[in-house]
Design a protein around this ligand. Structure first.
Ligand SMILES: Cc1ncc(COP(=O)(O)O)c(C=O)c1O
Length: 364
């Protein structure tokens, strides 16, 4: 198949851009002696996880247990589930996952939940690796003494093994401007590293401090005490990330190339409006800006319903006709990918492969 034959709407991956992005990230972490466990919440695709492992990643992070179960079933190992496991039913699933993939790490930020994880692991005859999730504005326990208390509970639990700290800072990732991101991440990751020292001073070895994002990776890679980075969006990029500002303040963030697009077809034309077959069900709608037509700055997309988008052609240098195909950059990559069953991997205009997004919708 070639690009022009892919039924629309469809998700496309430019493999040259993807490969370049992977090389940029792996070189950066390797230069600083750090590990890489890319976040698979971005792609939810076992083939992409395997490619990242072949490029040097230690495994994959997942946001949810359900995603981790899919990746484990596809033989991906080195899984880190970055959202705390809460409740008996999920604790039992985490223990079962540890049977299948014993190097899996889950996170906790609450002593009561640590108790549930320990009971579930004991019941399943498993040994479960648990890291402490640190709070930098969303989930987690506060760095310092509160985190030490949770780590001590894990270390004392007979069926658990203390795996380290997770220190993802969502605010640092999208803070505007490279200098502001540096200041934010240096401050919060300083707290994470100090917590690691506190734990070790209390006799709890801390083999892992996993942190970082596409926006803050350069800063985080250079911080002593972090052991690995867990960025996700860098493989694809989206228009949200292109707006966070580069080293020159206002400049676009261009460390990574846009690799992801959605292809649509023009299905109707009326005067200066062309209607394409991609709407709310083809793009995530959580950002205050619309999909961006690729290589067509003369066209403006507007939402036109679940299945449709409206292209304003008043400033078009070339008018669209029914049957024309148009590609767009997604405003936000992760929730856009979650709308598709498969991704078409392109080398130039050739479809090299079609990969299943096997963990899409696995949000439990
Ligand atoms: C816990 C965690 N780690 C890492 C990431 C990766 O961030 P990014 O896609 O900005 O690189 C995310 C993204 O939301 C996350 O939730």
């Amino acid at each position: 198949m070639i690009r022009a034959e892919i039924p629309t709407p469809a998700l496309l991956l430019d493999l040259d851009a993807f490969d370049a992005n992977v090389t940029t990230m792996t070189r950066c972490v390797a230069a600083h002696g750090k590990g890489l466990r890319p976040h698979a919440k971005t792609h939810k695709c076992p083939e992409i996880a395997r490619r990242l492992v072949r490029a040097g990643a230690a495994g994959a992070c997942t946001a949810k247990l359900g995603e981790a179960e899919v990746f484990a079933a596809h033989d991906v190992r080195g899984l880190l589930v970055t959202t705390a496991i809460v409740g008996e039913a999920k604790a039992a699933r985490a223990a079962a996952l540890a049977h299948l993939a014993p190097d899996t790490i889950v996170v906790a930020d609450d002593v009561h939940q640590v108790g549930l994880l320990d009971r579930a692991a004991g019941h399943a005859g498993a040994r479960l690796r648990v890291a402490v999730d640190l709070y930098f504005g969303r989930t987690g326990v506060a760095p310092g003494a509160p985190a030490l208390a949770v780590a001590q509970a894990i270390a004392a639990a007979p069926h658990l093994e203390f795996a380290g700290l997770q220190a993802y800072d969502a605010t640092a990732s999208h803070t505007f401007g490279a200098e502001a991101r540096r200041a934010r991440s240096t401050a919060t990751m300083g707290e994470a590293v100090a917590t690691r020292s506190l734990l070790e001073a209390h006799g709890i070895p801390c083999p892992m401090v996993s942190a970082g994002s596409t926006g803050s990776y350069r800063v985080d890679a250079a911080i002593d005490g972090l052991t690995e980075l867990q960025p996700g969006s860098f493989i694809f990029m989206d228009t949200d990330y292109l707006r966070i500002g580069g080293p020159d303040g206002e400049a676009a963030y261009d460390d990574f190339r846009p690799a992801l697009s959605v292809v649509t077809t023009v299905v109707s034309v009326h005067g200066d409006e062309a209607i394409v077959d991609g709407g709310y069900k083809s793009f995530a709608t959580d950002r205050p800006f619309a999909p961006l037509p690729v290589d067509r700055p003369d066209l403006v997309y507007g939402w036109a319903g679940d299945e449709h988008g409206r292209l304003d052609m008043r400033r078009a240098t070339r008018r669209l006709a029914v049957g024309d195909r148009l590609e767009f950059r997604a405003p936000h990559c992760d929730p856009t990918v979650n709308l598709y069953d498969e991704i078409h991997a392109l080398r130039g205009d050739d479809v090299e492969a079609v990969w299943t997004i096997a963990a899409r919708g696995k949000s439990q």
